[in-house]
Design a protein around this ligand. Structure first.
Ligand code: HEC
Length: 147
């Protein structure tokens, strides 16, 4: 929990920096992701030795299939196993409604050069029942699902 609190604090500091501007088209629901993944989807601190989070631009996990894999990541988070990133992918299901999550995920899947199918609030509703509150997923297990 300490790591989580520290990451959210760091993200809050980054997001209050006035140089950080969302793209004009970004929906409010994406602000949460933007804190770590950056307004341009490249990851806050991209290019530094330890960025906040990986890019969502070109991310296989974000673009895969109908979006179930991506939503499962947002519901369970990813178990932190290395120090590659400053932040942690925490479970965010309780922080978002189905409509908000559908909007944020759809935005990511259609922005930053991504072009994957959008997701609906009804899909998120079903995936919430499947994944919300489940243990954090391991990165290797997620990547294995890409095949
Ligand atoms: C507090 C920081 C933080 C926030 C907020 C956050 N993420 Fe993440 N996210 C991360 C980190 C760190 C990872 C990498 C975790 C790892 O592999 O250990 C990650 C990984 C991911 C991945 C996998 C990407 C890849 O290719 O490796 C996706 C997809 C993702 N996040 C989506 C989202 C979405 C969508 C939101 C907003 C609803 C969001 N994240 C909010 C920190 C964050």
């Amino acid at each position: 929990m300490k790591i989580l609190t520290a990451s959210i604090l760091a993200a809050t500091i980054l997001i209050t920096d006035s140089s950080l501007q969302a793209q004009p088209t970004a929906p409010a629901s994406f602000m949460l992701c933007m804190a770590c993944h950056g307004p341009d989807g490249k990851g806050m601190g991209a290019g530094t030795p330890t960025p906040m989070a990986p890019p969502l631009a070109g991310s296989k996990l974000a673009n895969f299939g109908d979006g179930e894999l991506m939503s499962s990541i947002v519901f369970t988070g990813i178990e932190k196993q290395d120090a590659k990133y400053l932040g942690i992918m925490a479970p965010l299901g309780p922080a978002m409604t189905d409509a908000q999550m559908a909007e944020a995920l759809s935005y990511v899947r259609k922005s930053f050069g991504n072009n994957a199918p959008v997701v609906t609030a009804d899909q998120i509703k079903a995936w919430r029942e499947k994944y919300n509150g489940k243990p954090m997923q391991k990165r290797a297990a997620l990547e294995a699902k890409l095949k």
